[in-house]
Design a protein around this ligand. Structure first.
Ligand code: GRF
Length: 236
């Protein structure tokens, strides 16, 4: 009997595509992880670095039409590529309602702060980290959540706290958050693709922070961080 084929994933991205790169590495370079296929990358910006990253890896890369046909053409593109899971990786546009409905519980977004704080319309890139620094909070970190019809609003799947240090600049904080984000996002997609993580109207099932306190700040080294994330998402 032939094994079932891995779920086909689309990545929507507006920027340089560093999250896309780690997703491609996670699912293609490391053969142990062949549990999903990145089959499509689409962007609202024709010159997004993410489209170049996709082409480099031989993945179909498309610039989206952002006119009145946007909703219908995005949905058609996803259907045409038989996409089962959609990942927003640095995608700054609101996903149109018909697409949100079609992918309910199968579309996730990564945000570089601990939602529900520091999110919403216009809160992306450096603005997020600037707002975190200005607020004086001592923790930040990536949030991965299901997508609904509002910006940065759907059910939270997991968050990974990192410290905000006294001498942090926007750049040093962004780098610390991105370090955790690059490890967390592929694992969430893996958990979703393999059915370990599920959404229902009663909430998110299969993900928690279940980790030792010293893992919270990634003090135990990169491997331990990855192991703690695997454990939290039931991937061990
Ligand atoms: C990340 O900080 C992510 O959290 C946010 O946009 C940035 C994406 O960067 N949504 P990249 O394009 O993946 O490098």
């Amino acid at each position: 009997m032939t094994p079932p084929s891995p779920p086909r994933v689309a990545v929507l991205a507006s920027g340089r595509g560093s999250n896309l790169r780690v997703l491609l590495d996670y699912f293609t370079v490391d053969a142990r992880r062949g549990s999903a296929v990145i089959a499509l990358v689409a962007s609202d910006k024709a010159d997004a670095g993410a489209l170049a990253v996709a082409s480099e890896h031989g993945v179909d890369a498309r610039a989206l039409s952002m006119d009145e046909r946007h909703e219908a053409s995005l949905l058609a593109l996803l259907v045409e590529h038989a996409i089962e899971i959609v990942v927003l990786a640095g995608y700054v546009r609101l996903v149109p309602p018909a697409v949100v409905r079609a992918y309910e519980g199968r579309m996730v977004n990564v945000h570089p702060a601990l939602l529900p704080a520091f999110g919403g319309k216009g809160m992306y890139g450096g603005r997020v980290h600037r707002a975190v620094l200005q607020s004086g909070v001592r923790l930040s970190g990536p949030t991965v959540h299901f997508v609904d019809e509002l910006y940065d609003h759907g059910a939270i799947i997991t968050q990974w706290p990192v410290p905000v240090l006294e001498r942090d600049t926007e750049q040093t904080l962004a780098a610390r958050v991105l370090h955790a984000e690059h490890r967390l996002l592929p694992r969430v997609v893996h958990a979703l693709a393999s059915g370990r993580l599920r959404w229902s109207s009663e909430g998110v099932r299969g993900a928690s922070l279940g980790m030792a306190p010293d893992m919270v700040f990634a003090l135990a080294g990169p491997d331990a961080l990855e192991q703690a994330m695997d454990q939290a998402l039931g991937l061990t």
